[in-house]
Write a protein of this length. Structure first.
Length: 152
């Protein structure tokens, strides 16, 4: 019995501007070339809010704007470095919790595959920083391919 082949036409690649996410993006572009697919590169950032017992410290508009502009520049640079690889590449910038925004963008773009880098943190670093890749894997309906970076 012949089973239908999986059709992958849109690949979503969340980036955090590290060597590991660059590796994931390059892998996704190579895969997209073979599959004649497009790549959507996305980055999610959060405006810091620091809570205290009697209130919270929220970033000023100036700081929030600088964070957003730096994220936009980083995203544009990641895409510009790879524009000549023969694959349609678009970008999305979001303000919010990374894994939640990745899930939302995957649904909005009808991504067929998510390619995400994972840093391989363990112990206290993982407990403190969490794992975006793990949360994505647990919460999205889209297949996820993880690309491992150097172990810390």
């Amino acid at each position: 019995m012949l089973r239908p082949m999986i059709s992958i036409k849109t690949i979503l690649v969340p980036v955090d501007f590290t060597e590991t996410s660059d590796k994931a993006l390059d892998f996704a572009i190579d895969l997209a070339t073979k599959l004649e697919a497009s790549v959507t590169v996305m980055h999610a950032y959060e405006i810091p809010v620091i809570g205290f017992p009697d209130g919270a410290l929220v970033a000023t508009v100036d700081i929030a704007t600088r964070i957003q502009e730096a994220a936009q520049k980083g995203l544009e640079a990641s895409v510009a470095q790879r524009k000549d690889r023969g694959v349609p590449i678009s970008s999305v910038l979001r303000d919010g919790v990374a894994w939640e925004e990745i899930r939302a963008v995957a649904e909005e773009t009808h991504a067929d595959l998510i390619v995400i880098g994972t840093h391989g943190r363990r112990g206290i670093a993982r407990a403190l920083l969490g794992s975006v890749a793990e949360n994505v894997i647990r919460t999205v309906k889209t297949p996820v391919l993880t690309i491992h970076g150097p172990r810390e």
